[in-house]
Design a protein around this ligand. Structure first.
Ligand SMILES: [Zn+2]
Length: 309
């Protein structure tokens, strides 16, 4: 039997990406190429390949009238919708327990009320949470469990977090102090496979990294490093029979001209690749995953453990 694979997309809008790089974001919430074209390209690709996916929605986007039908289309296509915080605050772990809980719960209300208005039943409501910038600690997991989530997917089990933060600083041309994305060194010691976190009474679905060196190979990185790099990393999961969690971001499928909305000279040359190349590369990745793994939604994977959760 093939190991399970989960294809997941973080739907950070252009505004959320700008926010990550410390740029003003308020003018970019209504018109957003991530929703206007990115999501549609993902849906089209997954429809053609017949694979289910999980889209993690930021609560603030669920309150934007123009984005509501797009989120409805995700549900209609049978994909899972997850919760990616209310406002994509980087550094959730710097907040108090109450603030963490409020942030996740405000996002959940925004997403569920949108789904309810669209006539989508409770089976579409998010049961998975991913913290912005993969920044989670025991309090975040605890808050998610208390709010009724079945799983968290915020752990990036790498020890290269510091290097990835440096890369961000290079791309944006700015240094940020106190950023906590990509977790800490200890993240590298964490498990690769989905597992139950006993202390918080929910499941953790770690984002996949290469099994030995723990290098990231989500779409943005794999696209720069090439298909063989992706395949070597994914093969490690196949050989070990470990489920694969393969991550995309909404901006991965946005035309390069819109990425100028993240105005940095270095950022532009880093991201400035024709969308056709990105789509063709993504198609190879999806073909590989669908051909070797049993692609499913995380919430369905958990069904087999019903009664033990
Ligand atoms: Zn995000």
């Amino acid at each position: 039997m093939n190991p399970a694979a989960f294809i997941q997309i973080d739907l950070d809008g252009i505004w959320a990406v700008r926010k990550c790089y410390g740029l003003p974001e308020d003018d970019y919430i209504e018109r957003d190429p991530v929703y206007e074209e990115g999501v549609l390209r993902f849906l089209e690709l997954f429809r053609r390949k017949g694979v289910p996916a999980s889209f993690f929605v930021v609560g603030r986007d669920a309150q934007v009238a123009a984005k509501a039908p797009v989120i409805g289309q995700i549900a209609k296509a049978g994909h899972e919708i997850g919760n990616h915080s209310f406002d994509h605050t980087l550094g959730l772990t710097r907040l108090s327990e109450l603030e963490i809980r409020d942030n996740i719960s405000k996002a959940q209300s925004a997403i569920t009320s949108l789904l309810e208005k669209g006539g989508w039943g409770k089976e579409h409501y998010p049961v998975g949470f991913r913290s912005p910038g993969y920044d989670a600690d025991a309090r975040v997991l605890h808050a998610a469990a208390e709010l009724g989530f079945l799983y968290d997917s915020s752990i990036f089990p790498t020890w290269w977090g510091g290097a990835m933060r440096l890369m961000d600083a290079y791309i944006s041309g700015r240094i940020f102090s106190g950023k906590r994305q990509y977790g800490t060194f200890a993240g590298g010691l964490k498990l690769l496979a989905p597992h139950r976190v006993k202390a918080a009474d929910l499941w953790e679905f770690p984002v996949s990294v290469s099994p030995i060196l723990r290098l990231p190979f989500h779409f943005g990185v794999a696209f720069l490093r090439g298909f063989d790099y992706f395949r070597r990393c994914a093969d490690g999961y196949l050989r070990r029979g470990i489920p694969l969690l393969y991550l995309f971001h909404g901006v991965d499928f946005v035309d390069a001209r819109h990425l100028m909305l993240v105005p940095s000279r270095r950022g532009a040359s880093f991201f400035n690749q024709p969308i056709e190349n990105k789509l063709a590369f993504a198609e190879r990745i999806i073909d590989y995953i669908a051909g070797n793994f049993d692609v499913q939604r995380a919430r369905d994977y958990l069904r087999r453990f019903n009664g033990s959760i």
